[in-house]
Design a protein around this ligand. Structure first.
Ligand SMILES: [Zn+2]
Length: 151
């Protein structure tokens, strides 16, 4: 049976990260599930936060993707969790090893970003992690003044 990757968002005036992403092969049952959680066990699911804040009739659910058979819906769900702001607060992969692996990946990416050397408009270069102290250097501030003056 095909799975559905869906999102719950406020119909109006929602914050950017007020989005709950899930996957299911029975969307009607799953939506009822969210409603029941919100009413009776709000701590069981993060979706309760927006359902109770806006009211169920002010929440819309949208299908992000119909995941064909043979493709792991958790993988597709994770793709959306990684690319859209959301309130899930938990990866789609829930096994301990997978969580640890994800954590490691995030740390590695973070470290890598911080160690990236960036060539600055001022002619200097700096490590991303040290960008704030670079902005305060004389060379940088001087060139900043100059470019401000020509605007
Ligand atoms: Zn600079």
């Amino acid at each position: 049976m095909a799975s559905i990757i869906y999102q719950l968002i406020p119909k109006e005036n929602g914050e950017e990260n007020e989005r709950y992403i899930g996957s299911t092969n029975n969307i009607i049952k799953r939506i009822n599930n969210h409603r029941n959680h919100a009413n009776h066990r709000p701590n069981a699911c993060k979706s309760s936060i927006i359902i109770n804040k806006y009211g169920i009739s002010n929440i819309k659910y949208e299908i992000l993707e119909i995941c064909p058979e043979g493709i792991n819906p958790r993988e597709r769900e994770q793709y959306y969790l990684d690319t859209l702001p959301n309130m899930n607060g938990m990866p789609a992969y829930k096994s301990r090893e997978q969580k640890l692996e994800l954590r490691k990946e995030i740390n590695d990416r973070y470290r890598q970003n911080n160690m990236t050397r960036i060539n600055c408009e001022c002619g200097g270069s700096y490590l991303y992690a040290n960008r704030h102290s670079h902005y305060k250097t004389k060379t940088h501030m001087k060139s900043d003044e100059k470019s401000n003056a020509t605007i």
